[in-house]
Design a protein around this ligand. Structure first.
Ligand SMILES: *[C@@H]1O[C@H](CO)[C@@H](O)[C@H](O)[C@H]1NC(C)=O
Ligand SMILES: *[C@@H]1O[C@H](CO)[C@@H](O)[C@H](O)[C@H]1NC(C)=O
Ligand SMILES: *[C@@H]1O[C@H](CO)[C@@H](O)[C@H](O)[C@H]1NC(C)=O
Ligand SMILES: *[C@@H]1O[C@H](CO)[C@@H](O)[C@H](O)[C@H]1NC(C)=O
Ligand SMILES: *[C@@H]1O[C@H](CO)[C@@H](O)[C@H](O)[C@H]1NC(C)=O
Ligand SMILES: *[C@@H]1O[C@H](CO)[C@@H](O)[C@H](O)[C@H]1NC(C)=O
Ligand SMILES: *[C@@H]1O[C@H](CO)[C@@H](O)[C@H](O)[C@H]1NC(C)=O
Length: 338
């Protein structure tokens, strides 16, 4: 009698567990089916070990979450994928956080179900031949968006203004037209809209980026470009940000030379100065302290941004060498996440 009641009491729990397990299984099975559909309709040069009988989490390029219930990253750079991505394939991976299909030969429209995947943070589709408009239904979590070196046309979707987590936006070398949306996002630290057909003026929040973020848009006007872009299309004006650290180094070495040369004189001056300082000490420290500190902070910031530009350039150089497995922005992000 008692045994029967305990069994009955446990029963709902067991049913719950079975439903839960089948749900987890259902998710990963639907991910598996979505990827099998993708790979069967998109020809590729390199063979993938994606077979329906092997566990999806062991497939090359696929990363699952710890529970093995969702695909969270798909990385297939430079494996010769060719042709369009069908809708309802990658766009079905509803736990996907990071997608890289860069440096392939993918073409046609980008299905709108990919950019709107609710958990998508990072997307790398650069160096393909996608065409048509950029879908405007974005996941609100998007942080890194690289659609550069494709054939996208139409306007940059104004909905991009609502991406509060956006940190990197690369759209250079496409055929985008119309105005630049007023992207007023403080986290945005890298932007490239060069070599498109954009027009109008550059929105104020984006004027902090260097001219090379905007070059090659002949109808684009205003700061940081000198007048309209068409006046100086190819000659790159001195990029102000990355070169800042160098002059400070030159100043430093010059200072050392002067110090060595005029060491004796300086010593004499120093003695005199100490005397004068005795009288003005309080006043001087109050004036110099805060401004010196401000300069240091500014120098640090510009240096940080300069190195960001450099790493972006490395990324491009790596691509030109035709090697798809060396370090790039994506790997750096991955490494920092890990
Ligand atoms: C697929 O290849 C990767 C590495 O190339 C390997 O780790 C994995 O075990 C392979 N999976 C299957 C199902 O063969
Ligand atoms: C935008 O994407 C969401 C999923 O992220 C979907 O629920 C919604 O229907 C989509 N809206 C449009 C207009 O396509
Ligand atoms: C890219 O696609 C366009 C059509 O959308 C085509 O005219 C062009 O030749 C393609 N470019 C490459 C490099 O395949
Ligand atoms: C941004 O989001 C707000 C609220 O969700 C909405 O009212 C507004 O129209 C959106 N702006 C754009 C450009 O999509
Ligand atoms: C980007 O466009 C510019 C101007 O057309 C061109 O010089 C450059 O080679 C292009 N870069 C790539 C990788 O296609
Ligand atoms: C920008 O180009 C579009 C067509 O692509 C045009 O309708 C619009 O008037 C242009 N705007 C400016 C400010 O030139
Ligand atoms: C933007 O892209 C163009 C073309 O590839 C490149 O020449 C320029 O240096 C890039 N600028 C930045 C700030 O990344």
């Amino acid at each position: 009698m008692r045994q029967k009641t305990t069994l009955l009491g446990v029963l709902p729990f067991l049913v719950h567990l079975i439903i839960l397990l089948s749900h987890i299984n259902g998710d990963i099975n639907s991910d598996k089916q979505a990827l099998l559909n993708f790979v069967s309709s998109v020809p590729h040069a390199r063979r993938l070990n994606w077979t329906s009988t092997s566990p999806i989490c062991s497939w090359v390029g696929v990363t699952c979450d710890d529970a093995g219930s969702h695909v969270i990253a798909l990385r297939l750079p430079g494996i010769g994928l060719i042709g369009p991505i069908p809708p309802n394939t990658i766009g079905k991976l509803d736990g996907l956080i990071s997608l890289s299909l860069r440096s392939n030969r993918l073409s046609g429209n980008l299905p709108s179900d990919i950019l709107s995947l609710p958990s998508l943070h990072n997307i790398f589709l650069q160096n393909n031949n996608f065409s048509g408009e950029i879908p405007s239904n974005f996941s609100s979590k998007l942080s890194v968006v690289d659609l550069a070196y494709n054939s996208f046309s139409g306007e940059i979707p104004p909905t991009i203004q609502n991406l509060t987590h956006l940190t990197i936006l690369y759209l250079q070398n496409n055929s985008l037209t119309g105005p630049i949306p007023n992207i007023d996002v403080t986290q945005l630290r890298a932007l490239n809209l060069s070599y498109n057909g954009l027009n109008g003026s550059i929105p104020t929040p984006l004027r902090k980026f260097p001219p090379s973020s905007f070059e090659g848009n002949t109808l684009l006007c205003g700061s940081p470009l000198r007048g309209c872009a068409s006046i100086s299309p190819s000659s790159p004006p001195s990029p102000p940000v990355p070169q800042k650290p160098r002059p400070s180094k030159k100043k430093l070495s010059l200072g050392i030379i002067i110090a060595i040369g005029a060491g004796g004189v300086l010593l004499l001056c120093l003695l005199l100065l100490i005397l004068v300082l005795c009288c003005l000490k309080k006043k001087k420290s109050r004036e110099d302290g805060p401004s010196a500190k401000g300069k240091a902070v500014r120098a640090e910031k510009s240096e940080e941004f300069g190195s960001g530009v450099q790493s972006a350039e490395k990324n491009r150089l790596v691509y030109f060498e035709g090697c798809s497995h060396t370090f790039d922005l994506e790997d750096l992000l991955k490494a920092s996440a890990e």
